[in-house]
Design a protein around this ligand. Sequence first.
Ligand code: GI1
Length: 447
Amino acid sequence: MAYIQFPEDFKWGVATAAYQIEGAVRQGGRGPSIWDTFSHTPGKVLNGDNGDVACDSYHRYEEDIALMKELGVNVYRFSVSWPRIFPEGTGKVNKEGLAFYHRMVDKLLENGIEPMCTLYHWDLPQVLQDKGGWDNRETVEAFVAYSELIFKEFSGKIKSWLTINEPWCVSFLSNFIGAHAPGNQDLALAVNISHHLLLAHGKAVARFRDLDIPGKIGFAPNVTWLEPYSRDQEDVEACRRGMGWMVDWFLDPIFTGTYPAFMVDWFAANQAPLQIKDGDMEWIKQPVDFIGINYYESNVGRHNPQGGMLEVESVDMGYKKTDIGWFINAEGFYNVLTFIADKYGEIPIYITENGICINDGVEDGTVNDQRRIDYLKGHIAAVARSLKSGVNIKGYITWSLLDNFEWAEGYSKRFGIVHVNYRTLERTKKESFFWYQKVIGNSWLEV
Ligand SMILES: CO[C@H](O)c1c[n+]2c([nH]1)[C@H](O)[C@@H](O)[C@H](O)[C@H]2CO
């Protein structure tokens, strides 16, 4: 049996997000978010599920941290619920909300687990959405004020910060495709929102620097790899668009201060012109200390004039699929990581999300999720291969510690290495938990 040894200082972790695990949506002074509204709107979430209770981690965080301690992780990536801090989005601070996160962060630190805080993981205060949400530049300033409060409140306790989780999902998935809250379907709106998200990110980074907060800050784009079905230029260009609006659109502005021209032109040709105000790009291109990469799947793509706004379609090449229907292809993980390193250089990278939807249930007190083990093994091996190729990867954080509220799919889709019984809220460690525990303990992978 061969082994891949990871660097001595390589970090291993698990990730969650506030709306997906906390519950207690009307407790502790929390205000409503766009996901409270969306999940309570009939037809928006499968089976009418919502995050009202979720995994009840607002009350059970100590049990969750005990699981992390047993697992042996050194990093826990979580998100702060903006409406738990500012129930109205701005203005009056909810002290109970701050106290909750202090309790949780203190418990992590007591257990030798480094907190990695995502400031925005999609739960925008509804009051701000009522004023236009991310389409309104005032929301940018509100985000900076919220970020500043959290920076100051947790300075010294939290030293790894992510501004925004997956701005592609917040802009295009939520305001063009419309599958997530608030559920708009308007490309011009989505392009404008994508710009405001980058502006909010850049201004928050600038404030972090001005306040001289100890630690490092980045953001977490979701990425994919689209392999052209053929060498036809049309297929190659279609795949570049499929990656361009997700990867280059959010990384180019931060690393070069400009948007990728091929996407600016494509959006303009689709009546969605990019509107930038003087000085915006200076704010956006604030240097970051690292980037979080969220990767799940890749596809083979080809040009199809009927293939949606981007004129691209996925070709089923017979790859295995997950229980949410995504293709499994660890090769694509290596390809996109090396693409990012080739294009954006030595920037430190944390894999801030990688995982698989496997809906196996509890049998005889455990969950034999061998397919999840196979996926994690292949994708962690791709990380090792990328490291060997010189990609500056500093850690791997799997999604997720717990089965949780999977957005528009509700509780029907399970990503956890710990099973959650949503009736009893009982946690059950899956076989993948014990497999990951061994990988972390040795910081090596058997291949
Ligand atoms: C298309 O996959 C995205 O990169 C992605 C996948 N995921 C995500 N983003 C989100 O950051 C998580 O909140 C989801 O729970 C998780 C699993 O769906």
